[in-house]
Design a protein around this ligand. Structure first.
Ligand code: IVH
Length: 669
């Protein structure tokens, strides 16, 4: 990026960050998540390191967030309410430790104190002679808003302290709404046509900013104390941060029990890892772990720089959303010849790994997002693995972005591109019409071994075997011998033997997996299961008429046509015959066992506490039920875990019964 481009990008980033900041802190209606905000801020910071000449001290990144609202009385904090410096990985944590050690005497021995970082609203509480007299928000750190009356409605804030209490104490902590309360509140807001809160933090902030404390009380907030800013008492002499926590506990404050004293960073890391595992099911929103130097004298030595103490660090768990720039859109050729657009990104870190591309699925998706090459986009790791583009940030456009048009020729073989209606009926898809397209064949081989569960044959090995002339199509896989493979460079006896052993083992296959392996257009794993259990044998299906296929539940006209066409093509029949001749044995599909879930369709959403969604799906199928990815009027039950998302809303709209995990477990019994 040259200087002029950088200057323009910096301006764009500043404007967008300022807009998001105001939506978030002032209006309480964030348009994107924190991760997106953090990601844009990081990019800006990095650019300013490279181009320091564009630093602007009055700009938003150098200003403290969250101006006090006019409607509440402003109060000055006696001790500034600070923020925390973030670290995003263990290297940054190490670097923090090194900085700390440099500033402390060489012989200083110290412990770390680790605790959960709550994602709510920072609050200060003042008690005089054991009585709660004033509570305030953080505001800009120096001046906050007096929200005493609202805070008094929070059950976990003691109004009086048990004796012996200090003459004066200022407690700091986080006002927060539980995940469960947020779900209930959002349901109510939806019914009333009000805006939904994006997360527990906005819900807490929004609730405390109600001018009427009665409204605030309805929100059932919680408060967790984490620090003592000031204490006046001759008898109490606090030496460590952990002693502060013990005192707070004794004074009746709600404290989280996930806290430990650690001797070194390796123990700190253990705590971070341990909490990460339970974070999802933790009843409150958290965004990391706070790590402090436990000794208060050493804390004083380290002091504060800018608006954050040197003696504390916030370890932030990896973002699941981030922003990046779409450098290009390429076309992938799939096993059926489907041409799928793929976004190529400026590589960026999301949820702990670098993401450089994501499928855009089809042209409809590009149009829906109004995605152009050069756009800044929000990407998300769905289920923590597959990245996807969630939205475009149109305000980041420069005018140089280019619209994408589908190619007229297949990028792999130059064959003609055809437009066809998709399986689901609505989406239009593009296909390479050349039956001999090499890319298509390669993808098909990969699909075939997946369906046959021949794990030893990864994409690289398949390509190698093809290049060496050992296989020309999937049928040849079953005639490979150890002698074919062992002489190849980087293979040898042992790996050849493993490959052959596995192929032998997988030759026997269920009819449904076999059918899926054929790669018939629109026949995915679930459809293959439906067809197999209804027809029982390959012979019966191959001889079926379009109508006979079409009558089945869940099978539409596009699928029936495509299955019929497949078994009426000479080449396909020859391929199926070749597979059987080469030793593939199709096991008769067992009629789906009738179980207590026969005839029922489940949709599973959100995070379950006792099992993964995949396990829940298997349980439903084992009892004769079906699992679908989307809610419709045919859905019997929506099984909703924590943070269920839009599926729950759809269920409520359609009047589909929603069950929680407890009810589901009861049904399984
Ligand atoms: S100690 C020096 N401990 O995180 C500031 N903060 O990102 C004192 N927060 O403004 C912070 N949980 O609102 C501390 N266990 C915890 C926390 C915590 C949440 C918030 C706090 C602060 C923000 C900084």
């Amino acid at each position: 990026m040259d200087k002029i481009e950088a200057q323009k990008r910096i301006k764009k980033l500043r404007d967008e960050i300022a807009r998001l900041r105001s939506a978030y802190h002032i209006e309480n209606v964030p348009s994107v998540t924190d991760d997106v905000y953090d990601s844009l801020t990081r990019e800006l910071k990095d650019l300013l390191v490279k181009f320091p000449e564009f630093t602007d001290l009055n700009s938003s990144e150098n200003r403290v967030a969250g101006k006090a609202l006019d409607k509440f009385v402003k109060v000055e904090h006696k001790t500034r309410m600070l923020s925390l410096n973030d670290v995003f990985n263990y290297e940054e944590l190490d670097a923090w430790e090194k900085r700390v050690e440099k500033l402390l005497p060489a012989d200083a021995k110290f412990n770390y104190f680790c605790e959960v970082k709550f994602d709510g609203l920072a609050v200060s509480l003042i008690y005089e002679n054991g009585v709660f007299v004033r509570g305030a928000t953080r505001g800009d750190g120096f001046i906050g808003e007096d929200i005493t009356e609202n805070l008094k409605t929070i059950q976990s804030i003691p109004l009086t302290l048990p004796s012996p209490y200090p003459q004066y104490i200022e407690v700091r902590g986080e006002a927060i709404m539980s995940k469960k309360t947020l779900v209930t509140l959002n349901k109510k807001n939806e019914l009333e046509g009000k805006t939904l809160f994006a997360n527990t933090r906005n819900a807490a902030a929004g609730s405390l900013r109600q001018l009427d404390p009665k409204l605030s009380a309805e929100r059932r907030l919680d408060f967790f104390a984490y620090d003592i800013a000031e204490i006046k008492d001759l008898k109490i002499n606090l030496q460590t941060h952990s002693e502060k926590h013990s005192l707070l506990k004794r004074l009746g404050f709600k404290m989280d029990h996930n806290e430990v004293i650690c001797k070194n960073l390796s123990e700190v890391e253990d705590f971070i890892k341990k909490f990460e595992k339970i974070r999802e099911s933790f009843p409150y929103g958290t965004d990391g772990v706070v790590i402090s130097i436990d000794d208060l004298k050493l804390q004083e030595t380290l002091g504060v720089v800018g608006k954050a103490p040197r003696y504390m660090a916030a370890f932030k768990y990896p973002a699941v959303r981030a922003t990046t720039i779409v450098k290009d859109i390429k076309i992938n050729v799939g096993r059926t010849g489907a041409l799928t657009p793929l976004a190529i990104f400026e590589p960026t870190l999301v949820a702990g790994s670098t993401v450089s591309k994501a499928t855009l699925h089809n042209m409809d998706q590009i149009e829906r997002l109004d995605l152009r090459i050069g756009d800044t986009v929000v990407i998300e790791k769905a289920g923590d693995v597959i990245p996807k583009v969630v939205e475009v940030l149109p305000k980041m456009r420069t005018g140089k972005e280019k619209k994408f048009k589908m190619l007229e020729k297949c990028p792999a073989c130059g064959g003609n591109v055809e437009k066809r209606a998709g399986g689901a009926g609505e989406t239009v898809a593009y296909y390479c019409a050349n039956p001999k397209c090499p890319a298509k064949n390669e993808r098909y081989l990969e699909h075939f071994v997946t369906a046959f569960e021949i794990y030893e044959l990864g994409p690289k090995i398949l390509r190698r075997f093809k290049d060496e002339g050992l296989i020309t199509d999937a049928g040849d896989i079953f005639t490979l011998t150890k002698e074919d493979i062992a002489p190849l460079e980087r293979f040898g006896e042992k790996s050849a033997e493993n490959i052959i052993k596995e192929i032998e083992l997988k030759k026997k296959i269920s009819f449904s997996r076999f059918l899926w392996a054929l790669g018939i257009l629109h026949v995915g794993e679930e459809t293959a299961r439906d067809l197999a259990s209804n027809f029982g044998t390959l012979d019966k299906l191959a001889k079926a008429s379009i109508e006979e296929i079409n009558v089945l539940e869940n099978i539409g006209p596009a699928v029936s046509q495509s299955v019929y066409d497949y078994f009426h093509d000479k080449n396909n029949l020859a391929f199926v015959e070749k597979l059987q001749k080469n030793g593939v044995v199709i096991k008769k599909e067992e009629k789906k066992k009738a179980g207590k879930f026969t005839g029922l369709t489940f949709v599973i959403t959100g995070t379950l506490a006792t099992m993964s969604r995949e396990m829940a799906k298997e349980k439903v199928i084992a009892l004769g039920g079906k699992v679908s990815g989307s809610v419709s009027k045919n859905t019997s039950y929506v099984l909703a875990g924590e943070e269920p998302g839009s599926k729950l809303k759809n269920a409520e709209k359609l009047g589909v019964k929603v069950i929680d995990e407890g009810e589901f477990l009861k049904m399984l019994k």
